[in-house]
Design a protein around this ligand. Structure first.
Ligand SMILES: Cc1ncc(C[n+]2csc(CCOP(=O)(O)OP(=O)(O)O)c2C)c(N)n1
Length: 378
């Protein structure tokens, strides 16, 4: 009756390719061609400038609360870049870089943050689920879709994003468990940005890495420098190929940092130090990648300036489009289910009749939540 070491077949490695000066490890460099590198830079820059504009819109009262993704662009974009168009992506709300790259019109994202239901309807031809607000629920969507992909017998994979805080939720563990047990073509990317609102990563879990949570579910886990776009591309490629070839799911922990506020509704000065934030500044994924591109002579300052101007115009046009949008108050009915069941149809008809009725007490302005009909709908 011995007590002995169990040899676990799974392991956890850490992957980093770009150093802080923009030099790549030649043996690990995914060796993307100049066009691919420019495409990645463009997408990362677009996400950064979009994020900055969104913060300004929020401060001007032109959208509701906003959750910036400053510093997390590489962790979001790398996985989206690797996925094929027919693969599936389930984002949380820190994935504008990945979503814009996958083909979400920017005005749709702006409308989402403005509280319009249309921001939650996936554009035609994009295999993504809408932005999820319940933390970690998207992991289950991704697992369910991966199961569907497997049953269909094709080669598509599903990829879901989750935050470090999200790894404490049951949905995360249920998704990994079913994916391991059924060997689903699923990749989960944890965006470990070190904070879940005011709760630090160390208080989410005593585990040394979040990637090692994969081991309990019988899958491989990989920890990656999430501020290194080359490492994120290389790691996700490995995971996606693994899943696509029927070898089962994989878990990636992207180690990154939330440089800004959790959302515009909180004040990080209350719970973290300026020194901590300053430590992450040199790791900025955008400028680090820029150094790499400049060294390789893939882009120069002039080309960057021209790109900056083009993207600024693109963002201004998207804002104008979003602000010109005339919301339809019946949208929540239309976007909830593919087909309305009879009870919802009934409520919809009742709601429309109410909206059209001249006896409405508010005489045409937004319906009041205290109205008896509205309280039934809520
Ligand atoms: C199920 C659920 N519980 C609580 C919340 C409130 N909430 C919104 S974001 C958040 C923290 C999420 O932290 P993390 O998963 O690390 O992602 P991050 O915001 O850092 O990207 C919480 C608790 C929620 N949206 N859903």
């Amino acid at each position: 009756m011995p007590r002995k070491q169990i040899e676990l077949s799974n392991r956890v490695e850490y992957l980093n390719i770009l150093d802080l000066e923009g030099n790549a490890d030649a043996a690990l460099d995914p060796k993307l061609d100049a066009n691919e590198l420019r495409k990645l830079f463009r997408a990362m820059l677009l996400a950064r400038r979009y994020d900055e504009r969104m913060l300004k819109l929020q401060r001007q009262g032109r959208i509701g609360t906003y959750g910036p993704a400053l510093g997390q662009e590489a962790a979001s974009l790398g996985p989206a870049y690797v996925l094929g168009k027919d693969d599936w992506m389930a984002p949380s709300f820190r994935e504008p870089a990945g979503m814009l790259y996958r083909g979400w019109p920017m005005e749709k994202l702006i409308l989402w943050w403005g509280g319009n239901e249309t921001g939650s309807s996936t554009p035609t031809g994009v295999n993504d689920t809408p932005i999820c607000v319940p933390v970690s629920s998207q992991c289950l969507y991704a697992a369910g879709i991966a199961w569907g992909c497997k049953l269909k017998g094709g080669k598509n994979v599903a990829l879901g994003f989750v935050g470090d805080g999200g790894t404490s939720e049951g949905d995360f563990h249920e998704a990994l468990n079913v994916a391991g047990a059924f060997q689903l073509p699923l990749v989960i990317v944890i965006q470990n940005n070190h904070w879940a609102i005011s709760l630090p990563r160390q208080k989410q879990s005593a585990a040394q890495t979040l990637a090692q949570k994969a081991i309990a579910y019988g899958m491989n886990g990989l920890q990656v420098d999430g501020n290194d776009i080359l490492a994120m591309v290389a790691a996700t490629r490995e995971a996606v190929e693994h899943a696509r070839s029927g070898k089962g799911p994989m878990l990636i922990e992207a180690v990154t940092y939330r440089m800004g506020v959790h959302t515009t509704a909180d004040d990080p000065k209350k719970y973290r130090t300026e020194e901590e934030v300053a430590c992450w500044q040199p790791k900025d994924p955008l400028e680090r990648f820029w150094k790499y591109l400049a060294k390789k002579k893939v882009m120069d300052e002039k080309a960057r300036e021209a790109l900056e101007a083009e993207l600024a115009e693109q963002i201004t046009a998207a804002v104008a489009k979003a602000e010109a949008y005339e919301p339809d108050i019946t949208e929540p009915f239309r976007h909830s289910l593919a087909e309305m069941p009879p009870t919802l149809k009934e409520q919809f008809a009742e709601f429309q009749a109410y909206m059209d009725s001249s006896s409405r007490p508010d005489n045409g302005s937004a319906p009041s939540a205290h109205d008896p009909l509205m309280s039934r709908l809520h």
